[in-house]
Design a protein around this ligand. Structure first.
Ligand code: PHE
Ligand code: CO
Length: 275
């Protein structure tokens, strides 16, 4: 299912439609691939029970992803009924604008291939386990689902305004690596943490990283690491805070931040609220 191609991205981009979607071809997964999925799932299940937010865990339990690589068509019937989102199968990473257009239309792109067994603990590029296990349960939450669509629409605008870099930091520090404060303590809602064997306990329990209260403009000017555990996580109070803070038109925010040098990933500022 995998292979390096001329553009340097993993995945087979030779048979996609103009919107980069492909058929999932569920029957083509091997028994070894299903078994790898089950191993990944089992390991991650015990971790999310301890570290993930209730919104994630409650949905995960109802979805029955434990039997093997899930079928997109089966999940789509359930997702459509709850938040009107749909999964679309893709070969791998997408161009920014293509990705934003899918989100803006409540379509979530999911990579069709699964990692190699050697990548059990860590993978750089998103595979089906990350995309599915990490992202799909959260798409069943109505407020988060609306945030994802709003992000897609905002992305199309940021593309025109040359502000993708700033907006990408928001995606990174929320959708991928977000933490949420709950009565039980800080919990995880970011997919990049939820699908990671090592970072999930680190993000919540380790004294090393900074955990800082969500601040939209602060996030949009903070760099991030793509190949190590994060040095900083941002903590929301609830999903409504995320939705409301991002509702205004970002055009003046981008203008304000344009000339400023970004903060390093490890920065702690005097005005940060630390958890
Ligand atoms: N309100 C943002 C804008 O005008 C769009 C957005 C919403 C961006 C949610 C990210 C998340 O650009
Ligand atoms: Co992701």
């Amino acid at each position: 299912m995998t292979g390096e191609t001329a553009h340097g991205l993993r995945g087979d981009y030779s048979r996609m439609r103009p919107d980069y979607t492909v058929d999932q071809e569920w029957d083509a997964y091997s028994e070894a691939e299903h078994e790898l999925w089950r191993r990944l799932y089992r390991r991650q299940l015990s971790l999310v029970e301890k570290y993930a937010c209730d919104e994630f865990c409650d949905t995960l339990r109802t979805l029955r992803f434990d039997e093997g690589i899930p079928r997109f068509d089966a999940i789509n019937r359930k997702l459509d009924a709850v938040t009107r989102w749909q999964l679309v199968a893709v070969p791998g990473l997408l161009p920014d604008l293509t990705f934003f257009e899918h989100l803006a239309n409540r379509r979530f792109p999911v990579t069709v291939w699964i990692r190699d067994p050697e990548e059990f603990d860590y993978i750089v590029e998103p595979d089906i386990f990350h995309d599915f296990f990490g992202h799909v349960p959260m798409l069943f939450n109505p407020v988060f689902a609306d945030y994802m669509q709003a992000y897609g629409k905002g992305g199309i605008k940021a593309h025109e305004l040359g502000a993708i870099e700033m907006l990408s930091r928001l995606y990174w520090y929320t959708v991928e690596f977000g933490l949420i404060a709950t009565p039980k303590g800080v919990r995880v809602y970011g997919a990049g943490i939820l699908s990671s064997g090592g970072e999930i306990s680190y993000s919540v329990d380790s004294p090393k990283p900074n955990r800082i209260g969500f601040d939209l403009l602060r996030i949009m000017q903070t760099l991030y690491k793509i190949d190590t555990f994060q040095e900083t996580y941002f903590v929301i109070r609830d999903f409504k805070q995320l939705f409301d803070a991002t509702a205004p038109d970002f055009t003046p925010y981008y203008a304000k931040l344009k000339g400023r040098a970004p903060y390093p990933a490890s920065a702690v500022l005097q005005e940060d609220h630390r958890y």
